[in-house]
Ligand binder design. Sequence first.
Ligand code: ADP
Ligand code: MG
Length: 383
Amino acid sequence: MKQKIQDKFASLYGEGGVLYASAGRINLIGEHTDYNGGYVFPGAIDKGIMAKLKVNGTSKVRAYSLDYNEEVEFGLNEEDAPSQSWARYIFGVCRETAKRGGKVEGFDTVFAGDVPLGAGLSSSAALESCFAFAINDIFSNDFNLFELAKIGQSTEHNYCGVKCGIMDQFASCFGKQGCLIRLNCKTLEYKYFPFDPEAHGYKLVLIDSCVKHELASSAYNKRRESCERAARAIAKLHPEVEYLSDAKRVWLEEVRTQISEEDFLRAEYVIGEVQRVLDVCDALERNDYETAGEMMYQTHFGMSRLYEVSCEELDFLNRIARKCDVSGSRVMGGGFGGCTINLVKKELYDNFISVARARFTEQFGHEPKVYDVVISDGARRAE
Ligand code: ADP
Ligand code: MG
């Protein structure tokens, strides 16, 4: 990828330029906790975006996407964002940088990536954080990694129509090889924890069901409302509860008769999930990957039966993982499709993948995709 970028850059824009890279991300555990003020536990992966940039002395950006084989030119002062979706991310990052008082002038860039699009690995965050980091560096702005993550998030909000939280851009900017990052979504405090499955005899692998059920956005809003109702009911007795994640399990029990059975189950999942993130962090500090894996199964159970955001394909993959003695497996992301994330002992890996592939294909008529991931560095200079 690097060589292709170098060659294309030389042929289009000549000598010079600096290489930057950023990463997609996984989230080991902590799902549907972000909007409840709880923890997430993501890390950057060894799949990302790489870009070469060079200041060109004009007020225009010339960008070439190697993966789309397409060049786009836009002025930094133009009102309208480019129509090509990939270019809107770059345009958005430029605008959001300028909005915060950063310097942005014209530059030339060639970039490429290897994060599968729309698979739940956040290729868009990889793209945003690569350019946010690169622009910050070449124009000697002084934004910290948090501000760079927010530039990416605002790009999604204001230029791409995606009202996302901060996790993806956060992980993509802050990621470190061999570490996951526990982020408190309420206070934005974060802490690195060691996570190096390879060194302990495990692999981390995603199995993409390649389905996306169209329930996702309406169900998402309903889940949020359930959580808010449960939190309000608890807050009447415990005013310190601002978000559901502030509540203890026994407090939920106290309001059991005041909320619907459905809201109760949703809240039970969220409160359990916040605790599971803490438990996984403790386990990893002891290099106890088996306990971490077991928590992943509990999360899957919760997402499937209590929060009800799984689907047939994902439950199927989860059951196969159990049967193949995979240490941990769960649906990753919002649900209703996408990937399972699996922590598997190296010696069981080949069997698991071949069984999962064959059985899934037999059952659903199409092959799942398999992505090995290694926890890696986030946004950086790549030379
Ligand atoms: P994801 O879940 O992977 O973030 P999104 O739909 O949010 O999926 O983002 C995918 C979009 O990001 C693509 O449609 C494209 O515009 C942009 N993108 C991601 N990777 C690349 C790449 N390698 N080259 C060009 N654009 C990319
Ligand atoms: Mg995205």
